[in-house]
Design a protein around this ligand. Structure first.
Ligand code: 2AM
Length: 181
C-alpha cells in the first residue's frame, strides 16, 4: 500500500485554498478533499511495515500547534512540478515532522529522506509548461504573495493511503493520531 503521513486541513483552510484555485491560470488544481500538509511520504509498504508504522505513530506524544500558511511558491527546482501554499515553519510542526520520520525509521520503515519543506500543494504542473503559462503562473504567485489566512490548530495528524487512478489520486485517511497536552 502506498502511504504517507500528513496533517489534514479544516474546512476553513480548505475554503481559503479553494478560493485561490479559482483563478489558477494553468496546471491541475488538487481537489479540495485531497488538500493536506505532508509530513513524510513513505511510498509502498507491506502489511508488516504498516503495522509497525501504526504502532510507532500511536506512541507519539507531542503538543498541538498552529499552522500558518503564507504566500505561494513553485516547488521542484528549475522545472517546477507544482504550485503550493507555503507553510511557515514553527517548532511544533518541525518537531512533529522530525519525530514522525525518526520514529518510523526507528520502527524499521525504509523511505526516502527528503528535507522537510512544509507546504500544501495547490496544483500540479505539466512536464512542459508553455512560456505564456509560465509568465501567468509567476504573476499568479506574485498576486497572492500576501496570502495569509487565519492559522488553524493541528490537533491531530494521520496515516493516509494514496491510490493512483487515471482520473487522479485518491487519498484516504486510515488512522488519526491525536496531538495535545
Ligand atoms: P507533494 O504534494 O509535495 O507532491 C502524497 O503523494 C503526498 O506525498 C503528496 O502530497 C506529495 O507531496 C508527497 N510526496 C512526497 N514525495 C513524494 C513522491 N516521491 N511521490 C509521491 N508523492 C510524494
Amino acid at each position: 500500500m502506498r502511504v504517507f503521513t500528513a496533517i489534514g486541513l479544516p474546512d476553513a483552510a480548505a475554503d481559503d485554498l479553494e478560493q485561490l484555485q479559482y483563478d489558477l491560470p494553468a496546471g491541475r488544481a488538487v481537489p479540495r478533499e485531497n488538500l493536506h500538509l505532508t509530513l513524510s511520504f513513505l511510498g509502498d509498504q507491506d502489511d508488516t511495515a504498516l503495522e509497525a508504522a501504526h504502532d510507532a505513530l500511536s506512541n507519539i506524544r507531542l503538543p498541538a500547534f498552529d499552522v500558518q500558511m503564507a504566500g505561494l511558491d513553485f516547488l521542484g527546482g528549475n522545472k517546477p512540478s507544482l504550485i503550493c501554499a507555503n507553510v511557515l515553519p514553527n517548532p511544533g510542526l518541525t518537531d512533529l515532522a522530525a519525530k514522525v520520520r525518526s520514529t518510523l525509521h526507528g520502527a524499521g520503515l525504509m523511505f526516502e529522506r527528503k528535507k522537510f519543506r512544509p507546504h500544501v500543494t495547490l496544483a500540479r504542473l505539466p512536464k512542459r509548461v508553455d512560456p505564456g503559462d509560465q509568465v501567468r503562473l509567476q504573476h499568479y504567485i506574485t498576486r497572492h504573495a500576501g496570502f495569509a489566512p487565519l492559522p488553524f490548530t493541528a490537533g491531530h495528524f494521520g496515516l493516509y493511503r494514496s491510490e493512483l487512478h487515471h482520473s487522479g489520486a485518491v487519498y484516504t485517511e486510515l488512522v488519526q493520531y491525536p496531538l495535545g497536552a
